[in-house]
Design a protein around this ligand. Structure first.
Ligand code: NAD
Ligand code: LMR
Length: 441
């Protein structure tokens, strides 16, 4: 079996140890010859790199492991780049969440003004790593799950149209896990139909492999409990704030009982509730900094201090195995059916061809082929169109350095009540993002 060389971009990410352990656990399905970590933050990279070097030596000595901040070293002789960067790290996520809340507006990582701010930072970082990949390993595929995925995917479409980048999101994977528990199945038993933008979509069908439809059964459950399940099957989204989000799916279904909603729709359909329940002094960024970030970096330091990873401080991120499914689909032409973020080109019949949409696709060694989802109803179409224009205008504002366009994009967002509030938030975000955003005039 051919072995592959993988670089993880954002090697200093809180997700890196879990993903590395998941890759080790999948060696029978996706064998590695080389594993490299790349980050532009030397300290974060070193802490996790040194700990993972110990782990690899103990568990997979045949895999050539290294970590670096040098793009040439990172991207030379690489078959796949798994990208999970966070430009501005948690310090800037905190700003993205807290600035809008000052004005009574949703403060969230990927939705509303916070997502727009993060998007403008991510575009620069993503283009940078795509260019490294294309320069040093033109045959390489990038499997990107850096956020905010919608804006990143649109920027890739417009700014690097030929790049071998596949954009994917873990949220539908986590929610499908919950759905499968609700009906006593596993995610691999199920096949879905879905349409939307990233963090903005609906399941229209959830069938088992024999063709039995479960949409109504799952809806009946969600109408009562949201996506809260008895046993925690979606290990990625377990903190208290996430439990609120899963529960809120009940209200999302109430307003649109036709289909099963993506949980992120709560920021667009119930922004008032979200703001009312937010704590502007302690947001999700604080929760992660005090939780996952601290746990992961403390674990890495403990491994280095003990000189062994045998104490089990790092935990496998089994949830992330969808990334291996994706890599395998490309490597072995498996024709895996997966939800991907792709250029519409008719997949949603009554939606613009050049929209980056999230739909089921068949993935093979040639790339991604979207499956037709037909026409969508006016309610969903209208919401999506408005959000699509926000995302497109953000990318245009980035390219043109246009203050006016960015103000309009914010004004168009359903999360913001007026142009006046949009301007006030924008001016604060510009101040906070100096050095990260292009200059806007
Ligand atoms: P994090 O801040 O812990 O890690 C991100 C890393 O990216 C940092 O070490 C940072 O220095 C690095 N980075 C920033 N800009 C870079 C650049 N230009 N080049 C190289 N490295 C760069 O963040 P995190 O919480 O671990 O999340 C990482 C990303 O993964 C985010 O975009 C997040 O939204 C996304 N994400 C992934 C999953 C998943 O399934 N793995 C789930 C949720 C979110
Ligand atoms: C979130 O807010 O939960 C996502 O960024 C994923 C994570 O756990 O940080």
């Amino acid at each position: 079996m051919k072995k592959f060389s993988v670089v993880i971009a954002g090697g200093g990410s809180t997700f890196t140890p879990g993903i590395v352990m998941m890759l080790l656990d999948n060696q029978d399905r996706f064998p590695l010859r080389k594993l490299k970590l790349y980050d532009n933050d030397e300290e974060r990279q070193r802490i996790l790199g040194e700990a993972l070097a110990i782990l690899l030596k103990e568990n997979a000595p045949d895999i050539e492991f290294s970590f670096t901040t040098d793009p040439e070293e990172a991207f030379t002789d690489t078959d796949f780049c798994m990208a999970h960067i966070r430009v501005g790290k948690y310090a800037m996520r905190e700003q993205d969440e807290k600035i809008p809340l000052k004005y009574g507006v949703v403060g969230q990582e990927t939705c509303g003004p916070g997502g727009i701010a993060y998007g403008l930072r991510s575009i620069t970082g993503m283009m940078e790593i795509i260019d490294h990949m294309e320069k040093y390993s033109p045959q390489c595929w990038m499997l990107n799950y850096s956020n905010p995925a919608s804006i990143v995917a649109e920027a890739c479409r417009v700014m690097r149209p030929k790049a071998k980048v596949l954009n994917i999101c873990d949220m539908p994977v986590g929610t499908l896990r919950r759905m499968s528990q609700i009906i006593g199945k596993t995610p691999k038993d199920l096949e879905v139909r879905y349409f939307g933008l990233n963090h903005f979509g609906w399941w229209t069908s959830v069938k088992d492999k024999e063709g039995k439809e479960y949409l109504e059964d799952i809806k009946a459950y969600v109408a009562e409990h949201g996506y809260l399940t008895q046993i925690e099957v979606d290990t990625q989204h377990t903190d208290p704030s996430w439990q609120d989000t899963h529960r809120k799916a009940k209200d999302l279904l109430a307003v649109n009982p036709r289909y099963l909603p993506n949980t992120y729709l709560k920021y667009y359909l119930y922004p008032d509730d979200v703001v009312a329940h937010a704590n502007a002094a302690y947001t999700r960024a604080n929760e992660v900094m005090d939780g996952r970030e601290k746990t992961v970096f403390d674990a890495a330091k403990a491994i280095v201090a003990q000189g062994t990873a045998k104490g089990g401080e790092f935990h496998i991120d089994a949830h992330a195995s969808f990334i291996v499914d994706l890599a395998r689909a490309i490597a072995y032409n498996t024709h895996e059916r997966m939800l991907m973020i792709v250029e519409n080109q008719g997949a949603i019949a009554n939606f613009p061809d050049d929209a980056m949409v999230e739909v089921p696709c068949i993935v093979g060694s040639h790339g991604v082929e979207p499956l037709a989802q037909g026409k969508i109803p006016v309610f969903e179409q209208t919401l999506m169109y408005q959000q699509l224009m926000v995302e497109k205008m953000v990318v245009e504002a980035y390219q043109e350095g246009s203050y006016q366009k960015l103000w309009q994009a914010l004004t168009l967002s359903r999360t913001i009540p007026s142009a006046k509030v949009a301007k006030a938030i924008l001016d604060d975000l510009i101040e906070a993002n100096r050095g990260y955003w292009p200059e806007l005039t």
